[in-house]
Ligand binder design. Structure first.
Ligand SMILES: Cc1cc2nc3c(=O)[nH]c(=O)nc-3n(C[C@H](O)[C@H](O)[C@H](O)COP(=O)(O)OP(=O)(O)OC[C@H]3O[C@@H](n4cnc5c(N)ncnc54)[C@H](O)[C@@H]3O)c2cc1C
Length: 381
């Protein structure tokens, strides 16, 4: 029986497989489809800073971005790490005031950030059709290749001794007195001293299979990538409103666009309400993204689209990750809900590995304890 049986081979599961194996645990990871084929197949690759929810989380994200500078070397892969910075386009006074306060907060943390008026925005991104915007909030931000992030962790985990099994969908659990005694797939039955659920948007389904619940939320987000083009953009450029759908809209296009070092343009996000978890593109997503690109970057009107895709983007009710022991179980650990996945997962997964193996609470993980979603099960006081 391995020490740790991980369910889910996205960023979170693979990073945990690496840090746990590196620290001497025997690890088996079960992935229902192909590695990194869930939400981790979708990201732009941003290591966002400005969207951090709390001061504590901002500290973590800043340290996480610094950590990404050397992560590729540690994993033995070129993550294509760059620091393009992010421009959040601002169209009204309310947004301006909000982002001004976020910029001031970043400055207090010594993170490069500033408000750009319309002239400075035009100078920063000459191909942007900036009419209608008041300006933008510039914030320091990094970028990497998300496929290499997945592959880097998978290869490093294997080198450290982890066994990784794909196409092994978990369909149920056996349990006795708060212990998960077996994890069932269609073909096989697995066990682990600790069972670690890192199933991203599918956490709710898995928790239900184990006879509990998990308040996982997600939005269905679509993206497109273009052919290689000469250098046209210098920053990640985004609009506000990714969570409009969460707050009642049926669908929204909140343009996020960047040009990767190889010249391709990555364009997200067409977001829509969806009852089921789905990896398929909708009929309206790609045309809507193309229209948005033509509106804001008329110069790109003739660019060819090479690929389009969609995935549920996971988050918890308070937008903070859930990482820790699952209330009501003695050997079930959860690692999910990373909406700022790229900057936070390396630090959180490394710390979680230590916490699991040393049977010790780690202060860094305390704000993200999944127990906050189960107040009735917490001990009094
Ligand atoms: C369009 C888009 C753009 C994004 N851009 C960014 C970005 O720029 N930066 C950023 O940090 N984040 C971004 N995100 C969010 C990021 O992709 C996710 O937060 C992250 O990938 C979540 O990783 P995870 O390992 O928790 O989940 P996942 O990658 O979904 O991994 C969970 C895995 O569990 C597997 N699984 C599920 N059920 C079972 C089962 N029963 N048995 C076995 N395996 C199972 C799934 O197949 C999946 O591979 C974006 C998301 C989207 C959709």
């Amino acid at each position: 029986m391995p020490d740790i049986l991980i369910i889910g081979g996205g960023f979170a599961g693979l990073a945990l497989a690496y840090y746990l194996s590196k620290d001497g645990a025997s690890v088996t990871l079960l992935e229902g489809g192909s590695l990194g084929g869930g939400a981790s197949a979708a990201p732009a690759g941003r290591a966002q800073i400005i969207d951090s929810e709390t001061e504590e989380y901002l500290d973590l994200v800043i340290r996480g971005v610094a950590r990404l500078e050397t992560l590729g070397e540690e994993l033995g892969v070129d993550l294509e790490w760059t620091l393009p910075g992010h421009l959040t386009l601002i169209s009204n006074d309310e947004e301006w005031r909000h982002f001004e306060s976020l910029v001031r907060r970043l400055q207090r943390h010594a993170v490069p950030a500033e408000m750009l008026d319309i002239q400075s925005l035009r100078a920063a991104e000459p191909y942007l059709q900036a009419e209608g915007f008041l300006g933008a909030a510039y914030s320091h931000e990094g970028h990497l290749n998300p496929f290499k992030f997945t592959a880097g962790y998978a290869q490093a985990a294997r080198r450290a001794g982890a066994e990784i099994i794909h196409h092994a969908r978990v369909i149920g659990f056996e349990q006795c007195d708060g212990l998960i005694t077996a994890v069932l797939t269609e073909k096989e039955r697995f066990s682990g001293r600790v069972v670690l659920m890192a199933a991203g948007p599918w956490m709710g389904e898995l928790a239900e299979m184990a006879g509990t619940s998990f308040p996982m939320k997600s939005t269905h987000a679509e993206a497109i990538v273009s052919e290689k083009l000469p250098r046209l953009l210098h920053h990640h450029i985004g609009m506000t409103g990714f969570y409009k759908v969460v707050h009642g809209a049926e669908r929204s296009v909140t343009l996020g666009i960047a040009q990767h070092p190889n010249g391709t343009l990555f364009v997200s996000n067409a977001v829509q309400k969806m009852e089921t978890l789905d990896l398929t593109s909708t009929y309206w997503g790609m045309p809507a993204l193309c229209r948005a690109v033509r509106t804001y970057f008329p110069r790109l009107a003739g660019a060819r689209i090479m690929r389009t895709w969609a995935a549920p983007s996971p988050f918890t009710p308070d937008y903070l990750p859930a990482i820790g022991w699952m209330p009501g179980f003695d050997n079930l650990y959860v690692a999910a809900g990373f909406h700022l996945a790229i900057p936070t997962i390396p630090l959180l997964a490394e710390e979680a590995a230590k916490s699991i193996l040393e049977f010790e609470e780690r202060p860094m993980l305390a704000p993200y304890n999944p127990g906050r979603f189960y107040p009735a099960e917490l001990p009094e006081g």
